[in-house]
Structures are given as C-alpha cells and as structure tokens.
Write a protein that binds this ligand. Sequence first.
Ligand code: ATP
Ligand code: MG
Length: 337
Amino acid sequence: MLELRNITKKFNLTGAKEDERTALDNVSLKIEAGEFITIIGGNGSGKSTTLNIISGALKPDEGKVLLNDVDITNLSEHKRAAYFGRVFQDPMIGTASDMSVIENLEIAYIRGKPHSPFKWGFSEKDREFFKNELKRFDLGLEDRLDQKVGVMSGGQRQALTLLMATMRNHPTYKMMRRDFALFGEQDQAEAKRQFDEFFSEEKNKLDERIKTIKNSTSDTQTKKNEIKQVKDEFDAKIRAKFDLTKQILLLDEHTAALDPKTARKVLELTNKIVRENHMTTLMITHNMKDALAYGDRLIMFHLGHIILDVKGEDKNRLTVADLLKMFDDADKKAEEE
Ligand SMILES: Nc1ncnc2c1ncn2[C@@H]1O[C@H](COP(=O)(O)OP(=O)(O)OP(=O)(O)O)[C@@H](O)[C@H]1O
Ligand SMILES: [Mg+2]
C-alpha cells in the first residue's frame, strides 16, 4: 500500500560538488498494509531521510512515493499529515508544552477530523477513555490530565506523543468519501466515482447476504447475530480501503532519549497499539535486540542503500551477532571500493 520507487536524495550544503552527500541512492521499498518494519543502520545511512520522504517533510530528487497506488510524491506534508502518525527521538517535539495533557489530546483528536466543525472539550466519557489509555503506559499520566505538558518527564511526553500519533477516530462514510477525494492527486470527481462504485457494489452484496439470512430457517437471535456480523464485515471492508487516517506510524528512535525502564514501557505499549490497530509501522532503532524482537520485517540501511530486507522465519533466525557481522562486512566492502 505504501511504496517507494527508485528514490534518490542528495544533500549539498555548500554547492561544491565535493560536498555533495547521497543520502538515498535509488532506494525501492514496498510496504504492505499492517506490516510492522524495524529499521537499523549506521549514523547517516539514510534512515531518517527515508521517513522524511514518506511523510513529505522532504522531497526526493528522483523517484516516486505511492500510497494505495496514488502518486503522492508532490503532495504537501500538511496534506499527508492526516494519514501519518509520527514520533521523533526528541520528547520536546510532538506535544505543546503550554497546554495540559487533556488539551493536547483534544488537539490530536480534532486534527484527525480535519473538516469537521470545531467542537472543543471532551465529555466525561471521553476523559475517562483517555485516562484509561494513559494508564496503560504506567507512567502516572492518568492522574495529571490537567497539568501542563511542559513540566512532564521525557518519558511521559513521549508516551503522550505516541498516544496522540495513534489516536484514530471513526469518520462517517461521507467524511471518508470527501477525504479520499481531497487526498489523492487524482481528479476529485474520479475519486468520488471510485468510492461510490466500490461502496454500491459492496452494499449490494451486503443486501443480498442479509436477504439470504432473513430467508433462512434459523431462529430470530441467530439471524440477528448473523446480520450484525455481515454488517461489520461490510464496514471493515469500506474502512480498510478508504479510511486512511493515522494508518501509518513513523517512529524515529522514539525511545532513544528515555531511561532503559521507561524505554521498555514505551516500546511495549508501542507494540500493543500497533498490533491492536493493525497499523503499518516503520520503527527506526539503534537497538538491535529491539529490532529483532519487534516487528515482522527488518531492514538494514548502509550508505543510502538497503542491504538487508528479511521477514518471517528468516528474521526470526537472525541474531545480534549476525547483524553486527553484516555491518562490519558492509563497512569493509565500502572501504575496498
Ligand atoms: N537536512 C539535511 N541537510 C544536509 N544533509 C543532510 C540533511 N539530512 C540528512 N543529511 C545527510 O544525509 C545523510 C543521511 O542522513 P539521515 O539523517 O537519513 O541518516 P540516519 O540513518 O537517520 O542517521 P542517524 O542514525 O545518525 O540518525 C547523512 O550524510 C546526513 O548528513
Ligand atoms: Mg536519523
């Protein structure tokens, strides 16, 4: 669903040819929906540049970025933002210091609904929900809903940023249709037509299935349950295709500035949130144990190239020693060239 096609990115700070740095050299990568990828690689190997190109913070010199087959290479970072959640290494980024925990959460919640009229304030029920979400981090945030974020520890701020980055709301079909049309670079009318076509096809199938259930010999309760199930399946199908809000999570060493115990907590909860929400996730880390322990797929960068891309059994078999040896071999090979 997310694809990098032949991406090249060079930086040149002085304009002199000898100062040119190739951050990414013809990198291609296909990421399936729901895949959790861990990314490793030495300093300056192109990891952050890759995430920045995906989020739209940087434009590639060459190549394309595609999201659900739509070319988003030239789409502004701002326009892409609804689709991505990001957490950086620095706990100061991502939350507003002068605002309270609950106010930060409100902003993230509204941001997920870019075109709905502003409606401030959470109900008691919402507060209770967020309190419980924060409790899961086990960092004492749930008792500090009304305190300013500026006085919180790095770990607490990072936990809050993660929650904000992964908070999804439940848009109506009408909102999904509008956002889908707004988002892509394809013609808006064409996008709406695509939505309508898919929607009505699925709706017809749903009506057929409901009819079959109603005409069956099952008892009323069974029928009721079955109808609910096919309706849920219909809803999931529409959302999988068109509700892309916060579907992709980009983590750039998000636990690197935290003490080991807090880092562990934040990482564990990251994993839980990613799995529960089937989020497509790219997580950069310098901790090779974590890179092996988490995720379904592991990618290693070296001097602007992907030199390892493994998943499943091949990933499970790898050890930290294997990874270190690969780094060494890649360095030696680069020196020889
Ligand atoms: N904004 C920029 N201006 C100039 N050069 C840059 C910029 N961003 C990245 N680079 C250069 O591009 C290369 C790749 O950088 P990148 O930040 O992607 O590395 P990284 O793999 O994330 O490294 P680290 O592990 O240190 O975070 C480096 O040589 C870096 O100096
Ligand atoms: Mg980096």
